[in-house]
Design a protein around this ligand. Sequence first.
Ligand code: NAD
Length: 366
Amino acid sequence: MATQPQHHRIGILGSGNIFSRYVTGMARYPELKIVRVGDIDVDRAKRAAGEHGIPGWGDADELYGDDSIDIVVNLTPPVHHASTIMRALDAGKHVYVEKPLATTVADAKTVLAAAAASGRVLGSAPDTFLGSASQTARKALDDGLIGEPIGASAFIRHSKAETWHPDPRFLFQAGGGPVLDMGPYYLAILVNLLGPVRSVAAAARIGAPVRTVTAPDRAVDSIDVEVPTHASAVLVFDSGVIGTTMMSFDVWDSDLPAIEIYGTEGTLTLPNPNHFDGDVRVRRHGEADWTVLPPVVELFGAVGTKEQARRGLGVRDLADAIEGGPHRANAAFAFHVLEGLSAIDGPGQVTLLESTCDRPAGRFTK
Ligand SMILES: NC(=O)c1ccc[n+]([C@@H]2O[C@H](COP(=O)([O-])OP(=O)(O)OC[C@H]3O[C@@H](n4cnc5c(N)ncnc54)[C@H](O)[C@@H]3O)[C@@H](O)[C@H]2O)c1
């Protein structure tokens, strides 16, 4: 007989832009009960709780002090991740944090050590690598569908956040830029597919130094850019696969694919890694056309629908780990991804990565 999942009481820290996508996404898991919203902007927390029927709201300290909460879902901007994770761990909570784990490798190391000492479980976004598209590609690779992987490519185009995010300043400050904002989705999928990265050779620069914000409900009209917005890198994986990436907020439009893997017997092409689902296509050498692979795990919904933007799978994954199951979107994995991304964002050099990680367990049943 299948065991019932344990119930968890969740406090969400930060009730900004992504908040409602977590609330609606976690509603798919009734055993994850959101009981409180905490925000330094208490009015915003109150409004958010009211809109979603969440019983508790208040400032951050009230959330840390709520003994009924066992998991904190941290949706603060990246510059606050390290300090707020530490506060939540200190308060005895398990933590799931949005990406990136921290804005620097040094801060992330401190966070990792604190999590290990606390005996609590720390997980981190992105969780889209647990979705059907990435898992379908993972199974295809594990089954040898394209032979031995030799190369990979990953291209990030501008998400055009200035046109829709009311306050996109954090995207152009430490912890932001295409590399740390969008890069986690891409590198997490590559590490899930190909294993850990050994070295990175990169160059990065700021494109336009000032950005004009045109979002209809904008908090600011322009932004001074503080981090690189255009980066290119060659990544060498432990397995010997060589990856090529361009991560850019200066490429507004392009026809380049999101992610491709090139093997001795064929090519795999993946959809937008910021979404959970989408067509994974394969073309083995000599075949006349691409074949769409059947998804190996259940879809969240059709591509282009709201289901694709919802979050919460990573929190379910954290709950699995608390309950003694595998932890896929774990902190060591997120740390390795952050170290790789930080090397891409660096001053232009070859970096041998210090960290490594296990390739997460696949979600499919063989
Ligand atoms: N917006 C998106 O589309 C999106 C998508 C995926 C991931 N993310 C990630 O989610 C996180 C949040 O992004 P967002 O767009 O919702 O940001 P946001 O700026 O819209 O909201 C952040 C909220 O956190 C609050 N906050 C700031 N510091 C705090 C603190 N110390 N304690 C408690 N509350 C604090 C702010 O008052 C605000 O309400 C980021 O890490 C981002 O990378 C965002």
